[in-house]
Each structure stands twice: as C-alpha cells, then as structure tokens.
Design a protein around this ligand. Structure first.
Ligand SMILES: Nc1ncnc2c1ncn2[C@@H]1O[C@H](COP(=O)(O)OP(=O)(O)OP(=O)(O)O)[C@@H](O)[C@H]1O
Ligand SMILES: [Mg+2]
Length: 269
C-alpha cells in the first residue's frame, strides 16, 4: 500500500541472473524523495540491469522494489506512471525539430496544450533558440538535454538517467549536470548511473557503489571520504586540472566551472 512516507525508491534484496551469470546478488538501498542518488559501478556491474528492473522493463529473480510506494512486480502500471527513463540511446527523432519532438511526446501523453508544454521545456533546458531546428543538427549535449526534457513531460516524480553524460564533452557534461541539479531542486527524485567519480561527486546527495552484485558502500560524499584514513598534510603546488584548462580555453561557461574538488587524500604527482 503506497504511503506518503514511502521513500521514492526502495530496493530490498533484489537478485538477478542471466543463465549462469549472477549479476545482482541481493541489492538493498533507499532513495529519499527529491534527492539525487548516484549508482556507481564499473562496466558490467549491473547498473543498467537494476535500472531496467526498477523501470519494470525486466523482472527480478528475487527481492522486491517499490517506486513511490508502488511495487514494480505487482503494480507496474502505477510505477510506469511515476517514472521516466532516459537511456544511453536517445529517443530523439532526428528528422523532427526539437519543439516537434516535445509536442509529439506531449500529444502521446494526452496533455492539454502540447505547444505550451513544449515551449516551457525548451525554455527550461535553454533550447528555445534551437527549438525550430531539426534535432539531427544538435550537438551531443543539446540532444541529451532534449532527451531529458522529453522524458520529463507529464512531470514524473522519479527519473532514471542511465549514464547521462557518457560520450559528452566537458562543456556538455556541465550543461547536463546543471539540468539534473535543477530537476532535483524542483523536487524530482533522480537516480543516475555513472562510471564517472567526478559526476557522482558533483551531483549526488548519496552515492552507492555496486560491486560484484551488491552495494558495498552507500553514503554521502563526506561519509565515503571518511572511509579512508586521514592522510598527513602535504603542501603541494595546486595545478589546474586538464578539464579546467580545457574549459578556460574553449568555454564561454568557463567562469561557472566549479573549482577543484578539495580532496586531501589525493596527492598530486
Ligand atoms: N539480457 C541479457 N542477457 C544476458 N546477459 C546480460 C543481459 N543484460 C545484461 N547482461 C550481462 O549482465 C552484466 C551486467 O550488465 P549491465 O548492462 O547491467 O551492466 P552495467 O553496469 O550497466 O555496465 P555498463 O557500465 O557497461 O553500462 C553484464 O555482464 C552483461 O553482459
Ligand atoms: Mg549500463
């Protein structure tokens, strides 16, 4: 029975095997409503498998999972109404303009004023100027933003982003990060998967590490950092990261680039 107290996402003892390959061996975690949760894991760890289970595309072998209190196995329709999923392969139609893509989805979802919905999302995702151009002409970052915008039509409370910035250049990644932060600020719960540690550091309220089929750590960035013993203080010359140099050279948005993350345990060579 869904209650207002239920977390946005609750995963309990979820297992999944493909033939002999046991991918998930009992995964547990909760995601608080309105927070950003990063699921970190290397290639093949099972991140996409878990996202597919949570979005009702795949059945778990064991355990249970709920979204906004709805069980993915017994109330899949309620779950589908509560979520959106943006996968690695964008749902964007390249022949249509950005605006036409949005209008199409709004019509499919039977919304009252598809044009207004589209214009609102174009504005929110800084795509107003590009809205009249064919999506096939968009850069990777613009396309990813349009894809996320499309997945938000109908205001789902929970959104899954499977590797939202893989393959994007540093500037486009920051654009997508800003979009995700804005989503969470407006109350949407975001579960994202990533292989990038910096992405999790930048975005997530909580970070869980999926390794060999289970969550081996789950905490805030500060909590995870405390797992390593305090290192002795060393005085090193702080060099800019390559990302900072790149953005300073090419990016108009360079001014908004966050400074180097303060990581006392990371030694500069
Ligand atoms: N439908 C399937 N049939 C058989 N094996 C599968 C299937 N889907 C996934 N697997 C296997 O399960 C394991 C986990 O895959 P999954 O795609 O969930 O990993 P991932 O963490 O998302 O990896 P990546 O970072 O590369 O996206 C991999 O070994 C993969 O080959
Ligand atoms: Mg994957």
């Amino acid at each position: 029975m869904p209650t207002t107290l239920a977390p946005a996402i609750r995963v309990q003892g979820v297992t999944k095997a493909f033939k002999d390959l046991q991918v998930l061996r009992g995964v547990d975690f909760d995601v608080e409503r309105g927070s950003i949760f990063a699921l970190l894991g290397s290639n093949g760890a099972g991140k996409t498998t878990l996202v597919r289970i949570l979005s009702t595309l795949l059945k778990a072998d064991g355990g249970s999972a709920t979204i906004q209190g709805f069980d993915v196995a017994t109330a899949p329709n309620d779950v589908r109404e509560a979520i959106s999923l943006t996968g690695q392969f964008a749902a964007v139609d390249e022949v249509l303009t950005g605006r036409e893509n949005l209008v199409l989805v709004a019509k499919l979802r039977h919304l009252k004023d598809p044009g207004a919905v589209a214009d609102d999302l174009l504005a929110r995702f800084s795509l107003t100027d590009a809205g009249g151009r064919r999506a096939g002409t968009y850069s990777g970052g613009m396309r990813r933003r349009l894809d996320i915008a499309m997945s938000l039509i109908g205001d789902p409370p929970v959104i899954f982003l499977d590797e939202p910035t893989t393959g994007l250049d540093p500037q486009a990644r920051i654009e997508v990060w800003d979009t995700v932060k804005e989503l969470a600020n407006s109350g949407t719960t975001v579960l994202l998967t990533t292989q990038y540690l910096d992405e999790a550091e930048q975005l997530a309220d909580r970070i869980a590490i999926l390794h060999q089929g289970t969550i081996i750590q789950n905490g805030t960035l500060a909590e995870l950092k405390k797992l390593l013993p305090q290192t002795t203080v060393e005085y090193v010359e702080k060099q800019p990261t390559l990302e900072e140099v790149f953005l300073a050279l090419v990016g108009p948005s360079a001014a908004s680039v966050p400074g180097p993350v303060d990581r006392p345990e990371a030694k500069e060579a």
